[in-house]
Every structure is written in C-alpha cells, then in structure tokens.
Design a protein around this ligand. Structure first.
Ligand code: AHR
Length: 483
C-alpha cells in the first residue's frame, strides 16, 4: 500500500502536448495503406487518406506528425513528390525493403493529412544526400506567402496559401543512415544548412539539429558546444529492445524475462534524458533548447512471414507498459523534453494502429495515448511519497481537472495507492484503464477488442483521499475535479 501526497498548488511546469507526437515514415505500410490509399481506393477515404485511420488519430488528439523519415528523409528529394501523381518519379526505397516508391504521397498529401488529423507539421530535411539549395527551396515552397519562384511553383501545383511548418529537422541520424558523419563535421554542416532554412513567416520555425544515438554523450557535447545558438531543439533516438540489437525478440509468445528486459531497456530513457540534459545545461542553462525525442518505442522482431524491411510487429499489453512508463518519464523531464514522436504511427514498430487491407485495429499503445490525452498541455503537480518498484505515475491538472495516470507492470501483484490531496478534496471521480491477463494480450484482426479502454471501478473516495487498486499489468487514468 503506497501513499502519495498531492499538493495541487505546487506546480512543476507544463507538459507540452508535442510530447504526444507521432512519427510517420515512408517505411513498409506506414504511409502507403496505413494512411494513404489514394482517391480511387475502395477503402473509404477523403482526398486519399483512409477515413478510419484519420478518425482514430483525431480521437487521441495527435498534436504533431514527423515526416518523411527517418532514414528515408536523407534520401528523399521533395521535388519527386509534387505535381500530377502519374508523372511523379518512381524510385527505390533503399533503406526499407528495396521496394518501389511511387511518390504518390508527397508534400501536398502530407499537409492534407495534417489538416485532416488536426496535427502540426514536423518536416525532416535531407542533409545526407540533399543539397543546401534543395532544402532552402523546400522551405520556401512550403511557407512563402509572397511572390517567389517556389511559391509560384506551389501555386502552379494547386496550393495558393503557404502551409504552416512548425518544426523542421536538419538531417536524421547523421551519425548513421544519414551520412555516417562525425559530430564535428555534422555540427559545421548543421550550421551551414540551417542558415538557409529561411524564415518566410512571422511565426518562428523551430529548427532541430540531429542529436545523438542513445548514449553518445560525446555527440551531444560537440553539437551543443558548436551549434547551440543556431538551434531550437536537438533530437535523441532511443528504442527499447528485449535483447541485443542483432537479436530482435518476438512481439508475441515471449518468456516473462523478456517482459522485464524490454521494460528495463525502455526506462533507460530516464537516465539518457538526465545525462544528456546535464550536458545541455552546460551550454544552455536557461533550457531554451528542447531535447526532441523524435524516435522512441519498442523495436521487436517482425511478424513471421512479413517483409523484414517493413518492421511490422504486433503490439501487446507489454507495449502499453512501455508507452505509459516512457510518457511518465517525459513528463518528469518536461522542462527539457519539448517534443517526442513515437515510432511509428501505423503498421511500423510500436504503432498506434494496424491495418490489413480495409481492416483496422487499435493497439494497446493507442489506448494509452487515449487515456493520457488530458496530460497534453497540463501542469505537472508536485507529489510526495513512494510507489512500488514496479509502478510509475504522473499527476497533472488542467482547467480544474486532475488526471492521475498509473502503470503497474508487476506480473502478479496488485498495487494499492492512496492519493491524499493536501489542499482540497476530490469530486466527480472517474477512472478508465486497460488491464492485461497474459503478458502478450493484444488485439488482432480476428479479435480486435481484446484490450480496449474500459471504465475502471476499483477505487474509493473519501473527501481528500482517493484509494485505487491497480491490477497487475495495467495502465489506469483517474480523472477528478478538485474542490
Ligand atoms: O524508425 C525506424 C528507423 O529507425 C528510422 O528510419 C531511423 O531514423 C531509425 O534508425
């Protein structure tokens, strides 16, 4: 039994809604089939975007979508993806399965997707194989309102008004698939490329430098030392693995030790953010520069019989634990983590949604994002007290409403927690959650509702004390008004 004291008036800063961002790459069936089916498809769509997927994404209030990659971004030449679809360049997606990419989903389609979902745009530019001019022209094409060669070109392609690009990434994984660079070299390249990422609108463009791979603290130090004044954010990538990188473990039918090894790998995020932030603090004590965790999530073996280059994996109650624990870590570091983008939105890695032709299912991870959506742009509330080693939580408030979210990843033990409100009492309490019975409980196309968000009743309220019993393998969110 744990007791947590909650002091509503002790605030710890804002949880940016952008922490709930998504990543959508031209990889496997993420964009093609997962989002884009084309206007001629028998799958119900609006301007080529499948309606079921867009509806599901709207319901979790996706704040931002990162596109077009990933490794794909550093081979992407944006002019291949504009103009009449049948005239667009057909290329090879060398990173992801060597399949044909017909470029039917390009810049115009991406902004149509953002509009339909209600998300902002995070566009990742090409440093690895693209030129400075190409990047400069893309930004001009997307955002220039007045008369210019690129705005004229955009208008000729049917888009009069400029789009809003909130975030722009200058290269992806430049230490790896984005060019195998050394940090000293990339830092100079970053300074050069970002110079031509021009500001054509009043609203500032948030520029993101390519940050380190996992625990490459040297990369972070060099970038911050050499380029801090030129950046608004710096990225970090960390994937949860159940074993070694070369030995991806199955998403279903895994032994209990892989429940824990995957979780252990995911919660390393806390240490990574802490240590990278310490380096960032040296050069940016005001915390102006955001740590942008624009790729995170579980990376498991592909489903048997699927293309290994498509990274299609099932998603279980264990992935829900990964999502909940990681989001709680991001909340804790909300002063430095300004955005995060789970990899990836549909059909790839730790996805929200899986599709099979016209069928669509929501994953346990999807339901965590739904349970947690009140934390978006909420104020973190300071708490005192300890909770068991296999649990984690966040308490936040927004518009007089408290949201307390818990993850209990024990396989066997329920955890009873009392929230004791120091400066008020609880009113109109409701709880919802997802609860596993087996470690690999998941939704399938045959059984799409095995794990869904459900009303949760195992709690009691007495004035300022709320006591809740969290079952093993559960994520529960409690919503209450404070009086
Ligand atoms: O998300 C899959 C891949 O993982 C991305 O393309 C790349 O940036 C990372 O290595």
């Amino acid at each position: 039994m744990s007791k947590i004291q909650v002091t509503f008036n002790r605030e710890k800063g804002t949880i940016s809604r952008y922490i709930y961002g998504q990543f959508a790459e031209h990889l496997g069936r993420c964009i093609y089939e997962g989002v884009w089916v084309g206007t001629e498809s028998a799958i119900p769509n609006h301007n080529g975007m499948r309606l079921d997927v867009v509806e599901a994404l709207k319901a979790i209030q996706v704040p931002v979508i990162r596109w077009p990659g990933g490794c794909f971004a550093d081979e992407y030449h944006w002019k291949d993806g504009i103009g009449p679809t049948e005239e667009r360049a057909t290329i090879v997606n060398t990173h992801w399965g060597g399949v044909t990419e017909n470029n039917h989903f390009g810049t115009h389609e991406f902004f149509e997707l953002c509009k339909q979902v209600g998300a902002e745009a995070y566009v990742n530019g090409n440093v690895g194989s693209g030129t400075v001019q190409e990047m400069q022209e893309w930004v001009e094409y997307m955002t220039m309102d007045g008369i210019s060669p690129m705005s004229k070109f955009r208008r000729e392609n049917g888009q009069d008004d400029p789009w809003k690009v909130k975030f722009f990434g200058v290269g992806n994984e430049s230490w790896g698939c984005g060019g195998n660079m050394r940090p000293e070299y990339y830092a100079d390249l970053y300074r050069r490329y970002q110079t031509y990422v021009r500001q054509y609108t009043k609203e500032p463009l948030y520029k993101i430098a390519c940050g380190p791979n996992i625990d490459d603290y040297h990369w972070m130090d060099v970038l911050m030392k050499q380029a801090t004044p030129f950046m608004d954010g710096i990225s970090l990538h960390h994937y949860a693995l159940a074993s070694k990188w070369e030995d991806k473990r199955p998403a279903l039918g895994f032994p209990d030790e892989e429940w824990f090894s995957l979780i252990e790998s995911a919660v390393k995020m806390d240490e990574l953010i802490t240590r990278h932030s310490t380096i960032m603090d040296k050069y940016d004590p005001e915390k102006r520069v955001g740590l942008i965790v624009d790729e995170w999530g579980s990376w498991l073996a592909v489903e048997p019989g699927t293309n290994p280059g498509f990274l299609y994996q099932q998603n279980t109650i264990r992935d829900a634990m990964i999502a909940s624990l990681t989001l709680n870590i991001f909340h804790k570091h909300a002063d430095r983590v300004h955005m995060a983008n789970i990899a990836q939105m549909v059909n790839v890695l730790q996805a929200m949604i899986l599709t099979e032709g016209e069928k669509m299912i929501k994953t346990p991870t999807y339901y965590v994002f739904e349970l947690y959506k009140n934390h978006q742009d909420a104020t973190m509330v300071d708490t005192d007290g300890v909770i068991s080693d296999t649990a984690s939580y966040t308490v936040s408030k927004k518009d007089g409403m408290m949201t307390a979210s818990f993850c209990n990843y024990s396989l066997t033990e329920a955890e009873t927690v009392t929230l004791s409100l120091v400066d008020g009492s609880f009113d109109e309490v409701e709880a919802y959650g997802i609860v596993g019975k087996k470690t690999d409980d998941h939704n399938s196309f045959e059984n799409p509702n095995a794990i869904v968000k459900q009303a949760f009743k195992d709690f009691s309220v007495e004035e300022n004390e709320l006591t809740i019993t969290l079952p093993p393998m559960s994520v529960i969110s409690v919503y209450a008004k404070g009086k």
